[in-house]
Design a binder for this molecule. Structure first.
Ligand SMILES: C[S@@+](CC[C@H](N)C(=O)[O-])C[C@H]1O[C@@H](n2cnc3c(N)ncnc32)[C@H](O)[C@@H]1O
Length: 176
């Protein structure tokens, strides 16, 4: 069996193949965003990253240029970009920006209300404790686990440190 190179996009697509609205928080050079846009022709995406390195923003623009009509680029932080999105607008939001525990806690709180009933809040860097990457990103595990415990919602993971929480169809969100 061949190994997919766009593994992050694959594990999102398998959960929500007909997504029309998605966001990536932390885009870097746009690889995952471009993979998602290629995999889902009906998808329109908001790409959020403050891009401290301009070359990474330029690389992103190049990577997503084949899908330009379906992309909104927000060169800013997660918390400022949240103002661009209405509650329950998104089929998925993929959180892969600032991985500090405080930032992850804030991102989950900010972006959960933007998820449609039946949609997914998800992200990267939920590593197992034995993985070398765990030490730097364990705040992701702590905050994702705390969120699942508070809400009673099940956590799904993939083999590549991805985490996924589905909003139930009958979820009642307090307006944010
Ligand atoms: C691990 S990289 C993202 C990789 C990308 N998701 C991918 O799969 O190719 C993390 C990115 O998060 C961005 N970032 C850092 N703080 C952020 C914030 N507050 N809001 C949004 N993005 C942030 C960084 O500039 C960096 O480009």
């Amino acid at each position: 069996m061949s190994m997919a190179t766009d593994y992050k996009a694959d594990t999102i697509k398998v959960r929500i193949p007909d997504a029309t609205r998605g966001a990536e928080i932390g885009v870097h050079r746009g690889k995952n965003s471009a993979d998602l846009l290629a995999a889902m022709p009906g998808l329109r995406m908001l790409l959020v990253d403050p891009w401290p390195h301009t070359e990474h923003m330029l690389a992103t623009i190049e990577a997503v240029s084949p899908y330009a009509s379906r992309v909104l680029i927000a060169p800013t932080t997660s918390s400022l970009a949240r103002n661009l999105v209405a509650d329950e607008e998104m089929d998925f939001v993929y959180i892969d920006g600032n991985h500090s525990q405080g930032a992850i806690q804030q991102d989950i709180k900010l972006w959960w209300p933007t998820i449609k009933p039946g949609g997914w809040l998800c992200g990267h860097d939920y590593w197992n404790p034995e993985d070398p990457a765990y030490k730097k990103t364990q705040g992701v595990c702590v905050e994702v686990d705390a969120f699942c415990e508070r809400t009673g919602l099940p956590l799904e993971r993939d083999r590549f440190a991805g985490w996924f929480v589905r909003k139930p169809e009958d979820w009642i969100c307090e307006p944010s």
